[in-house]
Design a binder for this molecule. Structure first.
Ligand code: SF4
Length: 435
């Protein structure tokens, strides 16, 4: 079989020439997120002290754990995030989240005695892995690890608290079709890993005390509170009360040491007010996943059934009255609107549909952000290839244009924006915004 690498390199260069407003760093980052990356055994052996993947919510891999193990057990120790820089394109330092794929044309290996990102035989850039934070080794009284209870992402900027690692949108008729949260939970348990379904508040508070004490440089700046949807009750609590019962004591104990973000249901305004006032939540992520209404119904059947498209979008808009529009940052899953069998057939149609959503929200001062769809094999949409790279490049171009048109500011809670500075690792939206 011919290596796909020369064709991939040609595509990178052609898109860079076609879309001069999107930097090569952002194009390469999107391709790494889209196609995933592999690691040679050497590249993981010579590096020390890096933070491995914590599987903080979804698998975000293009292979199952079982297949990864078959391809090479070293892959199970791969880093969470990698920063590439330099190389023949003189790339500025750019961070991407690792989505493992042993067959990806992108491989990290050793070249000239250093860690390098290869595309076939071409050394594209040097790389480094995110170091283990100073507090990671401290055990909790329960015996659990901080990495399991309060992992960090975004090069240490964000503490990510997945409080409930399942979702009560059960099965293929309710789960978002791109999401493997429930399947990932099962595969982690099956692999014998420590993987806590519902986290104890005492573990969370102890972990945050430790982070607060040992993170003297104050690298961690934000906390995300999240987990799957709760359609009934969990521990006798509704979704709002379940998440508030973590947010409230964190806010009471630590005040504004970290900015609190919540990735939860699109709630009615009165419930949003409780999140803000009682829980100290300052950034609200009622993720709408996909803008097109028909696709929303198909791809998010649980959200459609329990809330509904129109109500979901109305609630996003109304939540701006509580948090302030610039603190409402709903996510969409970039590229999923091209997923077969219902998705758009062309890049332009897919992006322009998504831009209608951007216009709708950005004209109201609300700034959607996006993550990069990764066809996780255990999700309902997992058996198909990712969308074309041009989708992401064109999306970044249009995103930036809308952002500029509406005179918006860089969102709070995401660290710095701009090439060489952005830490958000699951799409390049922060890399392309002006600092
Ligand atoms: S709401 Fe959808 S995306 Fe979120 S955890 Fe549940 S199934 Fe996954």
């Amino acid at each position: 079989m011919n290596s796909p690498a020369p064709a991939v390199l040609q595509a990178l260069e052609a898109l860079s020439a076609k879309y001069p407003s999107v930097p090569m760093e952002a194009i390469l980052k999107q391709d790494l997120l889209r196609l995933g990356v592999g690691f040679s055994e050497d590249s993981l052996r010579i590096a020390t002290g890096f933070k491995p993947k914590d599987y903080f919510i979804f698998s975000f891999d293009l292979s199952t754990l079982e297949d990864l193990e078959k391809a090479g057990a070293h892959l199970l120790k791969a880093p969470e995030e990698v920063r590439f820089f330099g190389g023949p394109y003189l790339l500025q330092p750019t961070i991407f989240n690792v989505r493992l794929s042993p067959t990806s044309p992108y491989q990290v290996g050793i070249g000239e005695g250093k860690l390098q990102l290869f595309l076939g035989q071409v050394q594209l850039a040097e790389v480094e892995y995110h170091p283990v934070p100073p507090f990671y080794q401290s055990p909790l009284q329960s015996g659990k690890k901080i990495s399991e209870i309060a992992p960090v992402l975004e090069w240490g900027y964000l503490v990510y608290l997945t409080l409930y690692r399942l979702c009560q949108y059960w099965g293929k008729d309710e789960e978002c079709q791109f999401c493997d949260i429930n399947e990932n939970y099962r595969q982690q348990k099956k692999a014998g890993r420590e993987y806590t379904g519902v986290k104890d508040l005492s573990d969370i508070l102890e972990a945050l005390e430790t982070i607060n004490r040992l993170d003297t440089a104050k690298t961690t700046q934000a906390i995300t509170l999240t987990g799957g949807s709760i359609t009934g009750l969990l521990n006798h609590k509704t979704e709002l009360d379940f998440y508030l019962d973590y947010a409230r004591p964190i806010f009471e104990r630590f005040g504004d040491r970290w900015i609190l973000k919540a990735v939860v249901e699109a709630f009615e305004k009165a419930d949003c007010q409780r999140l803000y006032t009682e829980g100290g939540v300052r950034i609200y992520h009622p993720n709408y996943e996909v803008w097109d209404q028909e696709l929303f119904k198909r791809l998010c059947p649980g959200k459609e059934r329990f809330v509904g498209y129109n109500r979901w979008m109305r609630r996003i808009v109304e939540s701006a009255e509580v948090f302030g529009p610039d603190h409402v940052i709903p996510n969409f899953v970039g590229g999923v609107e091209m997923a077969a069998p219902y998705g758009f057939g062309t890049v332009e149609a897919a992006v322009e549909s998504t831009v209608l959503g951007l216009e709708f929200f950005m004209s109201k001062g609300i700034l959607p952000r996006f993550t990069t769809w990764c066809p996780e094999p255990l999700s309902a949409l997992g058996s198909q290839p990712p969308p074309p790279l041009e989708y992401f490049v064109y999306l970044l171009k249009r995103y930036k244009e809308c952002f500029t048109h509406y005179g918006l500011k860089v969102p709070p809670g995401y660290g710095q924006a701009g090439l060489g500075k952005a830490v958000f690792s699951v799409s390049a939206f922060m890399d392309v915004l002006a600092p």
